[in-house]
Design a protein around this ligand. Sequence first.
Ligand SMILES: [Zn+2]
Length: 336
Amino acid sequence: MKKIKLIIALLVLVPILLVPIKLMSLGKKIELGNLKSYIFNQPSENNKGIEIDYLGTSCFIITYKGHTYLNDPFFSNPNFLELVSGKYPNRDTLINSLIPQKENISLITITHGHYDHCLDFPSFMPYFNNRAKIVASSSALLSLSPWIKNNKDLLQYPIERMAKPNWIYSSDKTFRIYPIHSEHQPHIGRIKLLTGAYEKPLAQAPGPVWQWLEGHTYSYLLDVMDNDTIVKRLLIASGEIPISSLEKLHELDQEKQIDLLFYPYWHKEKCGTKFEEAYQKLKPQKVIFHHWNNFFRDPNKPIQMIRSSDINNELKKKRTEGYPVSIMIPFSKTSI
Ligand SMILES: [Zn+2]
């Protein structure tokens, strides 16, 4: 009997202990010096003054002529204990030290409901302007509702409730986005973690990691506009873009080709093939890989890559194969 109890205890304990070990070994030191030639750099003759701040994982702030767009508000990289307890330190000091440019946000998009795409939403709220719009899956918006309800001005666009897919414009008309149905990649083998969707507004904001449900995953086609003219077209990809969505994007290409594709690259095999498929279909001018940094690491410590991304070798390989790929270092800035 004792033996059986011991076996059961081990069966429960071992996987629980394996999780932090796995998380601790996810990151790998990266020599930034070796990546110099892969840092994104737009030649000045083609630079229209659109500023891009990269905050790691999939978080981007894009600013044009004083108007700001935000994708996937997450930069604080909580540790394992914070993730399981759901108790996160106040991140307002961190946001001020790490992110200087965040004023006048008029459009926010969220690719899916996992914590590494949404957690720092409240830290950005003071910087939303009073006509700001947020576009996300209905589930992600419902999970953020305890915070959103404190900002009555924020206009919500749950994608599943749109009569048909269409462009959504920021009120300043500087940005417009087109949601693209995408598929979240499996985390371990073929298993996807934290699937499911919320159907009702939450009474309390999600805390521990398992309360952040995916909902549905979307990529966003983003046009930066100037008086109805498209200055640049960007695609912020999340997960994988299925064939039907690639077809739709190809159709939208008739108006303008994609200048810059942001593609998630956290696993060289899982992301690699799908990236090539998307690239061949869309032929963007340039590509920036994102989601390759170890987001379990304190943002004040030196950057690590997620081991499975093998980002330095992958960049080299993809460039040799003719793909115009680059990266941005978390908490850096560029302009296009
Ligand atoms: Zn996710």
